[in-house]
Structures are given as C-alpha cells and as structure tokens.
Design a binder for this molecule. Structure first.
Ligand code: GPV
Length: 832
C-alpha cells in the first residue's frame, strides 16, 4: 500500500454535511446516481447485482452522516468504550438491517417500485458475511447491534476472513464443503483503510539490554505482516448512532516483497505474499472443538495485536496518559481466542512504554474481562509452549512471569498445597508443556462470566472451581440474549405487526414490554391472528425451501425444528431416534398411523470438516430422510426436511415458521444456546432438557408451556459416577432396541449394514452424552407435545405466552447486565 500515513492527520471538517433527502424522490435520485456513477451502468442494463450494490451504497450514504457524527462526538467526549474482541462476527445479511435502522424501508420500497424493481429480489442478491461458526459468532453480532441501539460506544474488533464458514452441500447425503467466496460479487458494506495498516510481528527471539541502569527486554521479531482495517457500520435502531466494527485483513509488508522482488525472485515474492495473506484467508470451521493449529494462533495474535495498536495509537488522543486506560476502555474477550491480548498489552506497556511490571499489571487487571462459552473440557483452549515460544517468544516469557507471580500468591494463601498449585498453574506440564488460555484470562481479567445462570454456576463450581474460591469476586453471570431487531422485527414482520398493533412499537427496544401481550393469550381473535401468521410463515418457508433446495414441505403439519451445529453433545441422534422409532412403530403396526400427529422434522446443521462422527450423523439424517420421505406408508404423516447450508439467512425464515423447538442437549453441556431464545420469541414451544438458558426460559414461560424432559445435571453426574452402561437401556427398552436395530439392519442404507455401524456402535458402547439414558423420557415428552398440539387453542395460548414472557432474552438486557456487572460504561446522552 502507498505510504500515505502523512495525509491522515489533516484537519477534520467537523461541519456535518447536509442530510440527504429522505423522500421517495430524494432516494430515487441517489439510487440512480449510484447506479450510473458508482456502478457504471444505466438502469436498462443493470443486473440484479448492480442494482443490489447501488442500493447498498445508497443506504450506507444515508447512514454516513450519522457515522461521522458518532465518531466526532465520541472523540470529543472521550467516554469509556467497549472493545469487543472476537474472532467471529456472524453478521448475516446487512441490507435489511441497515434499512430498518435508518428508517428507510418504506421510502426505498416505494422508490424502487416506481423504477420497476422489487426490493425482495435485491435482498436475495446479498451473500451473507458468514464470518463465524455458530452461536458464539452470532452472539457477537447481536451484542454490537444492541450496544449501538442503546447508545453505548463500542468498537467490535475481529478478522475479515476472505472465506467465511464453508458452504455445505450434500452429495448422496454426505456433507461436502465448498468455499464461501462471499466477496466475489463485491462488498458494499465495508470501508478499507490501507493507509491505516498496522504492522504485526512474529517469531524471532528476545534479548535484554541496559536502559540507563534498568535491565529491559526487547523482542527482535523474525517476520511481520500488515493488518489492513476494514470498517463496517453498526447502526443503532432509529437512534442516529452508528458504531464501528473493524475487521483486519492480512497483507505482506512492502519491505517483505520489495526485498525479494529486488533480488529478482518473482515466484518467491508471490509465495511470501501468499504466506502473509493466508493469515486472514479462512475461518476455522471448528465450533467448540479447537484445533491446535499454528495458523489459528497466528490469526488470534494478528487481530489482537492490530486491535490494541489501533485503539492505543489511533482511537485514543495522541497525548493520552495510558495510566488512565481503565477510564477509557474495557476489552471484552469473547472466549479464549483473543486472550493473547493480555501478554500483548503487558509487552507494549513494559517493553515499549518502559513501565515497571507492577504498574502495567495493575492496569491490565482493570481493562480485560473474559467470557467463557463452554463446559466441555476439550473445548478449553490450550497452546503448546513450544509453538507459542516459537511464534511469540516474548509473550511466552510474559505468561511465565504472570504465572510465577500468581502462583506465589496461591502458595501464600494455601501453604503446603502443591497439588492445588499445580491444578491452578497457567502452565500445564502434561502431556506436554502448554498454556491454559482460560486460566490466563481468569487470572488477568477483572471479571469472568458464563453465558447462562446454570453455566456460570457450573463454571464456578466445577470447571474453574479453584479460581472461584481464590477470586470469588471475579465470577459473575450474564445470560445471553438475541437482538429483537433482526430475529423478530425483521424475520417475522407478520408477528411484529400483530404485536405493534396490540401494544405499540416500544417493544423493539424494550422487549420486556411483550409482557403486555399476556392478557391477549386469552383473546380468541388474537389467537386466530397469531395462528394465521404462523401459517403464513410456514407458507413463506415452503416457498423458500422449494426455490433454494427443491424441498417440498407440507405446511399443514407440525413443524418440529432442530437447527444448530452438529455436535454429539447437542444430541441430534436423540431427535433422529425419535423419528426412526415413530417410523418403525408405524410400519410394524405398533402405532395406529391415524393417531400420529402429522409432523415435518426440519434439521439444519453443519459439521466441522474434521469431525467424523458428526459427518456420519449428517449422513444418517439424510438417509433416514430419504427412506421416510419416499415411503407411502407414512406419507402425509412423517417427513424430514434437511436443507443444506443452514445459516443466518435461512434461520430468519425457518424460525418464525416453527411450532416446536428442539433444545435437547445433555444437561450440563450446552453453555447457553441462543437459538432456543429465538424460537420462543417467535412463538414456538420448546421441548428441552434442563440445560443452558433452557432453564431460564422454562422458569419464565412457565412449566405448563414448556416440555421438559431428561436427566438433570446432578443426575447426569451421578449416572456417570456410577458407571454408565448404554447397553442396559438397549436391552431393557424394546422401543429403543427396535429403533437402533432398524438403523443397524441397513434399512436406511440400501441394505448395507456397515455404513452407519459406527454411529450405532458408538451409542451402544460409549454414548458419552447419554442419549440412550434420556431416550424414553424424550419419547414421553413428545407424547405430551402431541397431546398439547391436538388442542389448537391451548397450544396457541402457550405460544403467545412464550412470546409475552421471553422479553428477558433481548440482547439489550444482556448488554445492560454487562454494563452493570462488568463494564461500567455509561450510555451517551444522545443530545449531548
Ligand atoms: I467454546 N459456542 C460456540 O458457538 N462456539 C464455541 O467455540 C464455543 C461456544 C457457543 C455455545 O456452545 C452456546 O451454548 C452458546 O449459546 C454460544 O456459544 C454463545 O454463548
């Protein structure tokens, strides 16, 4: 990139440019101008993509004045901000959200209509930025939406992956991954700033030197890359605030390739370029199962180093006294992926700014806070000391020193308890020497939070028990939430209209007001309208799945949905055993088909490409689907719909159409879940275990409106302690045996008994997540679902109450909890 750093500090023109005319005519002029001058085509020759790009740029122009204004005011006020550090932001499509936030929906629809353009067609031209895997990435996107809407200054910092989460396809029912080339047709929402690129270094060695009598350490890196920021707008809902999401893209440094170019080796220069750019090339498609890959550690350090440098050198004023850093920023660590920020800031303060260690450490402990998103021990990130030392030698030294001083304190508090010291050490010695990132975050952070009440409890009692004893004041809970703008207001316009008609539109930013709907659960006309909307949403889904996947779905059946990443702990196999068992009992004459509630079972799930069992289960769901959907014996009663490539966009049509939400993880394994909240807020009833945020959903909506089943977390612990034997369930439960035997018989694999043998064998021999133990309870709960569904009025009443009582699950509330318990960032007065 050209060396233009010098032109960045020109005097700012602080005069806000006149706001563009927000009329149909004004919009139309702007749109055509973009089409002609931005896109370089005239209307008669414009492709849908041309029109989409022009529209996106027009909409962002309307938001631009507010963005500049937000930045200017933020600079003036120097108010405390949140820096949300996250390796994933699963944003979903941007156009609709930008239209909603800017209040331009009607104007745009009419203006385009006058030109003979259908807004819906342009909407569908947008490729969603899939820069996340699942819940964790989507949570980050909901949080930044809420902060903007609540007028809280926030910068989201992450990685601009050139390829986001893979596009899933099915070949003969097996998952095949295709690259997600989301940037191919243009990316109208981003603002690249190559002139603000940051240099990030890796490798090399450290050395000590004498600095006027003080011994200091410096890092002599081996190589470096550039981080180029790409800014995205994060508009608040109708409030004029536009926050920033800053995603980093890796490039080769000029020195790097110039040197090689001059040596005349073109191929080598290109290789160097590729090497650097690889850092932000692709999102790791693992979800809660970290793969210890060197490139992944490079990604983590890359975005964190860029973000800290950007905040300290660009966002803060030039003369800012870093001792006052805690007054200006809190870095929220979204799981352990950004935890390397802790030694990085220590390095900056101690090595570069030449602070003494204790002063630096005092600041560190005030500016980082850590959110843990898992309870699975294998998902707690650990880096081999060998790798870390090679890639970031100075950071490893700093981590060792943090650990030494921390363990001195532990020894002082617990003399003669070396066992405890070893348990709590940030450095593990077995099976190889490694760094436990969650421990580092806990020791350094001001707070540690889990993501649902049960999860936070289990974190403090089990996973991080020694730490919660040592630092009881650090541990807190913030139950997750979802943004009602995207997942209700936009995804479910029918329901939104009904709600607004009944209680006004205040609920969009104050979701607890949904409580006012409670009395309407007893209003027959309201229930009729509510049902009509659900039916319309099903028809909308029918259209989408026909067009998108060639799937024919019967809108007159109960829509029973399980959508989430494929993971054994989430227990898609339990859902599948229910379906197979129904099928087996119908076809063998045990169940009278006329007594079976017609259901469509919808699945959506991606498996991590290297997760073999998960891919087997996907194959099995598709195989069972093929058999059942083709069998005339169950026609009109049972069918399976498994559209490939479940993503945010599909969620937005699937969830509003659902009757039943499947949240059936083994108790004590799902940290929170957020899909569960989206379903409840769209009027689906939940069948679920006592796990994650299900616990709070059930408490709020009431036992009568939630189908609870299965072992509780303490019961699970007891069963496991007593020695779990899945075969005893198989032997004593005929229904279960028949279902498993049918799979093992090759019924779903053209008679081949080998294909799904690993899935069956795993359930019979190991069954780590107690699928067999919960099977009968699940079946019984499904019988209760059928009985409840038969009484349409009672079911609708429950559905209305689910909506009315789920206002707590707004991510606005989550943000308020973070602010009160962790961040202490006051909102900005919009009129200040
Ligand atoms: I650790 N989660 C995720 O999506 N990816 C991860 O790598 C990890 C956690 C999820 C949890 O599984 C969900 O229970 C939770 O709702 C979500 O993070 C957001 O907190």
């Amino acid at each position: 990139p050209p060396d233009v750093a010098s032109v960045r500090k020109v005097t700012q023109n602080t005069e806000p440019i006149a706001i563009r005319e927000r009329t149909v005519d004004g919009f139309t002029r702007e749109f055509l101008r973009e089409l002609n001058f931005g896109q370089g085509v005239d209307l008669s020759r414009a492709s849908v993509n041309d029109q989409y790009l022009a529209l996106a740029r027009t909409v962002r122009h309307y938001l631009m004045v507010r963005w500049l204004e937000t930045l200017r005011r933020q600079y003036e006020l120097q108010a405390k901000s949140v820096a949300y550090l996250s390796a994933e932001f699963l944003l979903g499509r941007q156009l609709d959200n930008a239209l909603l936030a800017s209040g331009l929906q009607d104007v745009v629809e009419e203006g385009l209509g006058n030109l003979g353009i259908d807004l819906a067609t342009l909407r569908d031209a947008e490729v969603e930025p899939g820069l996340g895997n699942g819940g964790l990435g989507r949570l980050a996107a909901c949080f930044v939406d809420s902060l903007a809407t609540m007028n809280v200054p926030c910068i989201g910092y992450g990685i601009r992956y050139e390829y986001g989460i893979f596009r899933q396809t099915f070949v003969d029912g097996w998952q095949v991954e295709k690259p997600d080339n989301w940037l191919a047709l243009g990316s109208p929402w981003e603002f690249p700033h190559p002139e603000a690129a940051v240099t990030v270094s890796f490798g090399g060695h450290t050395e000590t030197y004498d600095d006027e009598g003080t011994e200091r350490t410096r890092w002599v890196p081996g190589w470096s890359v550039l981080g180029v920021p790409y800014n995205y707008m994060v508009p608040g809902f109708e409030n004029g605030r536009v926050n920033t999401l800053r995603l980093w893209s890796a490039q080769a440094t000029r020195a790097f390739d110039l040197e090689i170019f001059n040596a005349g080796d073109y191929a080598e220069a290109v290789r160097a370029q590729t090497f650097a750019e690889n850092i932000s090339k692709v999102l790791y498609p693992e979800d809660s199962t970290p793969q210890g890959k060197e490139l992944r550690l490079q990604q983590q350090y890359f975005f964190v180093a860029c973000s800290l440098a950007n905040f300290l050198e660009e966002v803060l004023p030039e003369d800012f006294d870093l001792r006052r850093l805690p007054e200006r920023i809190i870095f929220q660590l979204n799981d352990t992926h950004p935890v390397i920020a802790i030694p990085e800031l220590m390095r900056i303060l101690v090595d570069e700014r030449k602070w003494n260690w204790d002063d630096a450490w005092a600041v560190i402990q005030k500016v980082f806070a850590y959110t843990c998103h898992t309870l699975l021990p294998e998902a707690l990130e650990v880096w081999s000391a060998d790798l870390l030392g090679r890639l970031l030698p100075r950071h490893l030294e700093i981590i060792y020193r943090i650990n030494e001083e921390f363990l001195d304190g532990v020894r002082e508090r617990y003399p003669d308890d070396e066992l405890r010291v070893r348990r709590m050490s940030i450095i593990a010695e077995h099976p190889e020497r490694s760094v436990r990132m969650a421990f580092l975050a806990t020791v350094a952070g001001t707070k540690v939070n889990g993501v649902a009440a049960l999860h936070s409890q289990l974190l403090a009692d089990k996973v991080l028990h020694d730490f919660s004893e040592y630092f009881p004041e650090k541990f807190t809970n913030v139950t997750n939430g979802i943004t009602p703008r995207r997942f209700v207001r936009l995804a479910n316009p029918g329901l939104s209209g009904l709600i607004t008609g009944a209680i006004g539109d205040g609920w969009v930013t104050d979701l607890e007001r949904l409580k006012e709907l409670e009395p309407l659960a007893d209003d027959a006309e309201f229930r009729r309208l509510f049902r009509e909307i659900k039916t319309n949403n099903k028809h909308r889904l029918v259209d989408v799945l026909r067009e998108r996947d060639g799937i024919e779905l019967d809108p007159d059946t109960m829509l029973d949905v399980m959508v989430k990443r494929l993971h054994e702990y989430k227990r898609q196999t339990l859902k599948l055993l229910h379906v197979v068992s129904l099928y087996e009992r119908i076809t063998s004459g045990v169940l009278d088909i006329d007594k079976v509630t017609p259901r469509t079972f919808a699945f959506g799930a991606k498996a991590a490409p290297g997760y073999r069992m998960a891919k087997q289960i996907i194959g099995l769901i598709n195989a069972v689907g093929r058999t059942i959907n083709e069998d005339p014996a169950v026609k009109g009663r049972l069918s399976i719909a498994f559209p490939a490539n479940y993503n945010v966009t599909l969620a937005e049509t699937l969830i509003p159409a659902a009757d039943l939400s499947e949240q059936i993880s083994l108790a004590g394994k799902e940290a929170s879940g957020t899909g569960n909240m989206k379903f409840a807020l769209n009027g689906a009833l939940t069948i679920g275990t006592d796990d994650g945020a299900n616990v709070e959903i059930r408490q709020l909506v009431g036992d009568d409106h939630f189908f609870l089943f299965g072992l509780t977390e303490p019961e699970v612990a007891d069963v496991v302690d007593a020695g779990y034997h899945p075969t005893s369930y198989y032997e004593s439960n005929k229904t279960l045996r028949h279902a498993l035997d049918l799979i093992a018989s090759g019924k779903f694999s053209g008679g081949d008994r080998h294909v799904f043998e690993p899935v069956v064998a795993n359930l019979l021999q190991e069954d780590r997540f107690l699928v067999l133990a919960d099977f009968q309870a699940y079946l019984d709960a499904q019988d209760r679902v059928d009985a409840a569904y038969a009484d349409t009025d009672a079911w609708t009443r429950s559905a209305v109450l689910n909506v009315a009582r789920s206002g707590f699950f707004s991510s606005d509330r989550s943000m308020r909890d973070y602010i009160d318990r962790i961040w202490h960032t006051p909102p900005i007065d919009p009129n200040a």
